[in-house]
Design a binder for this molecule. Structure first.
Ligand code: FAD
Ligand code: PHB
Length: 396
């Protein structure tokens, strides 16, 4: 591929997910130029249903990026979650246990829409549907990103490249073999998730441990419910008609005197579960952020929040670099991120292990899970530990 056009920027950002777009927004406000490259269409990224829980720190970061207007108006502020096991629900009062912190329910789709529209309104470059993205010379002082757009081959020259292209992107794969250490855990579970046009049947999220497997009641708005069922990683979604999904949700979430309201299913899909981390999150002038560097199973609602935390640290380091010319903060980026990454990895693994049923029905495992759940809701210390991890105030 011979580049026919060259453009230049300070920070080249690969991927217009929450990490890439937020980084671009934060840097833009500090007068640092960026170009964001995305290989999917705008419509696709704005409708890809994923996370829904924002920590308070994530909300503050989106405020700092100047994109929290609608989030403040429409986001649902929650002060607790429910844990259900042994046929009972127990509230974990997050705000009370964390000295005032809360979470906000606001879909990742909405975060992405807000970031895209702010970027386009500012007239800043955000290129959709770029193809053949390739990183070059990442260990030099002039790393490049080559790509083609509508048949034209372009090279983007940068000072720094931010690899925000998710778990299947090209950035991480560009780092030479032997540089990165990777750590992973596969789970024998996945989540079958639906979005349904029905008012949520609970004011707060319900994480349910049941003999039939885990289920989660979540939401997107006062009119939209988001629900999940533990399933097998190779689950055939075609065998899950809407009626079967509701029936299983009723069985796992149901309690005497409480009804799960049903409604039209607008979307359904299966999400695999994996834990994965690479270290370090940097090589030369390439910095990995978000899912490009780490994945967590969704049980702790941490994926999106971790991605935003990475770019907060990266933006600070880049601002320092352009102000002082020193790369000291950039050199500390990976270490600063990884402490929180591993805290969230542990919390997500812990929540996943405590709430999902092993397929072989191991009764010893089940007894341990219920003992841990009971301890979590009866011991103030254990509840506070869950709460501070869930809202994101736990020290890493
Ligand atoms: P992404 O959102 O993946 O963004 C990366 C972007 O890079 C994408 O837009 C992608 O199209 C683009 N890209 C990829 N390759 C290239 C390339 N070669 N060139 C240019 N662009 C490229 N977390 C939760 O907390 N709760 C959940 O319920 C939840 N559900 C999830 C469901 C699914 C199916 C997945 C995959 C993840 C889910 N997550 C969930 C995790 C959460 O959504 C992610 O942690 C979050 O999206 C990370 O943001 P990111 O910007 O790092 O990566
Ligand atoms: C969601 O609403 O999509 C959601 C909520 C909590 C989780 C995971 C997903 O732990």
């Amino acid at each position: 591929m011979r580049p026919v056009r060259t453009i230049r920027t300070q920070v080249g950002i690969v991927g217009a997910g929450p990490a890439g777009l937020t980084l671009a927004g934060l840097l833009g406000r500090q007068g640092i130029e960026t170009v964001v490259l995305e290989n999917k269409s705008r419509d696709y990224i704005e409708h890809r249903i994923r996370a829904g829980v924002l920590e308070q720190g994530s909300v503050e970061l989106l405020e700092e990026a100047g994109v929290a207007g609608r989030l403040k108006r429409e986001g649902l502020v929650h002060h607790g979650i429910e844990l259900q096991f042994d046929g009972e629900r127990h509230r974990v009062p997050l705000t009370e246990l964390t000295g005032g912190a809360s979470i906000v329910i606001y879909g990742q789709t909405e975060v992405v829409k807000d970031l895209v529209s702010a970027r386009l309104a500012a007239g800043a470059p955000l290129l959709f549907e770029v193809q053949d993205v390739r990183l070059a010379d990442i260990d030099s002082h002039c790393p490049r990103v080559e790509f083609s757009l509508e048949g034209q081959v372009t090279q983007l020259e940068c000072d720094v490249v931010a690899g925000c292209d998710g778990s299947h992107g090209v950035s991480r794969a560009t780092i030479p073999a032997g540089v990165l250490s990777s750590y992973s855990r596969e789970y024998p579970f996945a989540w079958l998730g639906i979005l349904a046009a029905v008012a949520p049947s609970s004011d707060e999220l319900v994480y349910a441990h049941s003999p039939r497997g885990f289920a989660l009641l979540s939401m997107r708005s006062p009119q939209l419910s988001r629900l999940y069922l533990q399933c097998r990683p190779d689950e055939d979604i075609a065998s899950w008609e809407d009626a079967r999904i509701w029936e299983e949700l009723q069985l796992r979430l149901g309690l005497p005197g409480w009804t799960l309201a049903e409604g039209p299913v607008l979307e359904k899909g299966v999400t695999p579960m994996r834990s994965f981390v690479v270290e370090p999150m940097q090589y030369g002038n390439l910095f990995l952020a978000g899912d490009a560097a780490h994945i967590v199973p969704p049980t702790g609602a941490k994926g999106l929040n971790l991605a935003l935390h990475d770019v907060r640290i990266l933006a600070e380091a880049l601002v320092d670099y352009y102000a002082t010319g020193s790369k000291k903060s950039l050199a500390a980026y990976s270490e600063r991120c990884l402490r929180r990454v591993w805290r969230s990895e542990h919390f997500s693994w812990w929540m996943t292990s405590m709430l999902h049923r092993s397929w072989d029905g191991d009764q010893y495992d089940e007894k341990l899970q219920v003992a841990q759940l009971r301890y979590t809701v009866t011991s103030g210390a254990a509840a506070a530990s869950l709460a501070e991890n869930y809202v994101g105030t736990a020290k890493a």
